[in-house]
Design a protein. Structure first.
Length: 629
């Protein structure tokens, strides 16, 4: 596409248009007189960072601005994967692009590939450098080759920006350790434990089993340092404007490698204030919006994903509120939907799902969700206690039931999950395990129990059928497409054995992929179904996130129903979470206009759906995608 103005002129326009907001956000965070020269530094930095952006990407930025919200399209289907677990390294990954395209993937989220400490490193979330590539994945050149190839193939790339903390081997941490006061102020460091103790009074613990508390004493530095996650992950001090300026530079260097979506890791934790839990603070939102506005000015083709695994009403705030509405992150993980789906699988009921989803505050129109069922982390049970009570359940006992159900404490449960970070002080715990192991495939295969196996396959298709249709970007967790089970090999590795999230970070089973022609295999059934559903999604614009989601109450507590509407098309998704056949009254479906031209077609089975005595039947765990007309 040709543009009459130069990309620099467009940059100047973007800067002029957004300067007021940038200035306001900056001064809100850094109001002191002495800090005003930092704003001047930012003004010098922005054009410099823009200049460093490769021309090819500058052109792409302009094209994206013209073509609208690419990230809301029905064509978007992502996969999250560990490069080393998928196919050795970046080159190996590139050689598998045909496999990904064949499945229908056009967005890759690669788990961290940046340099990290050799021992424990939280799967790369302890960062030694924000750009560049750790040796085991290849070279920076390999990454550039990959991003170029992805662009050629119309594919998108998402990488993490671990914005909240660096590793204790990062240059700044090393300098702080060596006694450099300037870099000690890049982190929250203290000469004695008075301040840490005062902070601890209100701070929760993220990893209570393996890294209790939020501070670590560093004997070399002879100071305490804030370490909210692991003791080798030092929290950055954003109340220091130097840190913001340096991290903005790191962000842009990373994005300039050809990254389309920046996964803003652990962003809820960015601002700390004594006496609070130091999560979701208003200043954190201001800071994120400031980062975002600078990114918009420099590289408007790149966008942010909020990794805020927090309460539903808090998550939507990461899209921006009031004067910064739509000016924070364009995408957020739909962690609420994910956790609720697992609740529905265990309870076979959709009450909490319905109640919670119909009470989620509206997202801004230009923002969207990442919908997913599993990722590399645990499943937290962050439901709203009020809704649990309204259903008539006791929140504490209900959570205990879910942990029992998924973590092998109930004989009759099909799930083989593991209990993660159980905190005896609070009774809280989380769940790890691969999707199919949690759904019963592992147990079914071990017992050669055909019913269990079939149910697990149906449940997997049900869950993926929901995230593919819900509105937003569906993100398949690498390996799920072939029903990969738990991987227990982490128990043999010293640096991993204490973190059982590794049970759901499997190596891609290429032997299984080679066997997918065997249609009888449960894994092939999953692959074929997911592949087919993706293809259907891409064919109908009603799947694009046009803020066209309507959740329906069916009157049957086992069934979840939602509709995607547009002027031309309508799609009604019906999901039976029960192990028995269930029926719904067809009258309300007729009223929506689904039976006007005879029986509607279920796109999943490619068959018309018959009505018997005004009832529509769903098999155990059946997914229906009914098309209007
Ligand atoms: C995010 C990541 C998680 C990591 C944490 C700390 O939550 O998803 O894997 O442990 O951030 O960086």
């Amino acid at each position: 596409m040709g543009h009459k103005k130069s990309s620099k002129q467009f940059f100047d326009l973007r800067l002029a248009a957004n300067l007021g907001l940038v200035q306001r956000l900056f001064h809100q965070l850094y109001p002191k007189e002495t800090e005003s020269n930092h704003f001047q530094k930012l003004m010098v930095l922005l054009p410099k960072l823009f200049q460093s952006r490769p021309d090819e990407l500058k052109i792409q930025d302009l094209n994206r601005l013209e073509s609208g919200n690419w990230y809301q399209s029905e064509k978007m289907v992502g996969m999250q994967l560990y490069v080393e677990h998928f196919n050795k390294d970046l080159k190996g990954l590139q050689s598998k692009i045909p496999y990904l395209k064949d499945l229908g993937i056009n967005l890759l989220h690669l788990m961290p590939i940046t340099p990290r400490p050799t021992g424990e490193n939280d799967g790369g979330y302890a960062v030694n450098k924000y750009h560049g590539v750790a040796k085991q994945y290849g070279s920076s050149k390999d990454l550039l080759n990959l991003t170029q190839e992805l662009r050629k193939q119309d594919m998108f790339l998402m990488l993490d920006f671990v914005v909240n903390h660096t590793s204790d081997e990062f240059t700044w941490a090393k300098k702080a350790r060596a006694g450099d006061k300037k870099y000690q102020d890049y982190y929250y460091t203290y000469a004695d434990d008075t301040v840490p103790k005062a902070f601890e009074k209100s701070l929760p613990e993220v990893f209570p089993e393996t890294s209790p508390g939020n501070f670590t004493y560093d004997p070399e530095m002879k100071r305490w340092v804030m370490t909210v996650f692991n003791n080798y992950q030092w929290d950055l001090n954003y109340s220091n404007p130097e840190v913001f300026l340096e991290m903005l530079t790191n962000l842009i260097k990373m994005v300039n490698q050809g990254v389309d979506i920046v996964r803003f890791d652990a962003l809820a934790f960015l601002w700390k204030k004594m006496g609070t839990i130091s999560q979701n603070l208003p200043e954190a939102h201001t800071l994120i919006s400031l980062f975002r506005m600078c990114l918009q000015i420099i590289a408007p083709g790149a966008i942010f994903l909020a990794e805020a695994i927090v309460a539903p009403k808090e998550i939507v705030k990461y899209f921006g509120q009031e004067s910064t509405k739509g000016n924070e992150c364009e995408i957020a993980y739909n962690a609420s939907l994910m956790a609720l789906l697992w609740n529905s699988i265990a309870t076979k009921k959709t009450l909490l799902l319905y109640k919670s989803l119909t009470n989620v505050p509206q997202k801004p129109n230009d923002c969207t969700w990442i919908n997913y069922i599993r990722c590399h982390d645990d499943i937290g049970l962050g439901y709203d206690d009020g809704f649990i009570r309204e259903i008539g359940w006791n929140p504490q006992l209900h959570r205990k039931f879910l942990l029992d159900y998924y973590c092998q404490r109930l004989d009759w449960s099909p799930a083989t999950g593991l209990l993660f970070m159980y905190n005896p002080k609070t009774g809280d715990g989380r769940i790890t395990g691969s999707a199919t192991s949690l759904l019963g495939l592992e147990k079914g295969l071990a017992k050669k129990d055909k019913v269990l196996i079939q149910e697990a396959v149906s449940k997997m298709i049900l869950l993926y059928g929901i995230v593919l249709a819900y509105g937003g970007i569906p993100l398949i967790y690498g390996g799920d497409e072939i029903g990969t089970l738990n991987d227990y090999s982490f128990l043999e590795e010293t640096d991993k054995k204490d973190d059982n999230r590794w049970v759901n970070r499997p190596k891609q089973n290429w032997d299984m992929v080679a066997n997918l022609n065997d249609k009888k295999l449960p894994q092939s059934q999953i692959f074929n179904a997911v592949q087919k559903l993706i293809a259907i999604r891409k064919k109908h614009s009603v799947f694009a996130d046009d803020n066209n989601l309507v959740i329906h109450h069916t009157g049957n507590d086992h069934i979840f129903a939602f509709e995607r509407t547009s002027e031309r098309e309508g799609l009604l998704v019906l999901c039976n979470f029960d192990e028995k056949e269930q029926v719904v009254q067809s009258r309300w479906i007729s009223k929506l206009g689904y039976f006007t031209k005879g029986e509607p077609k279920n796109l999943v089975s490619n068959k018309k759906v018959p009505l018997k005595s005004g009832l529509l039947r769903l098999d155990p765990y059946q997914l229906m995608w009914l098309m209007k007309g």
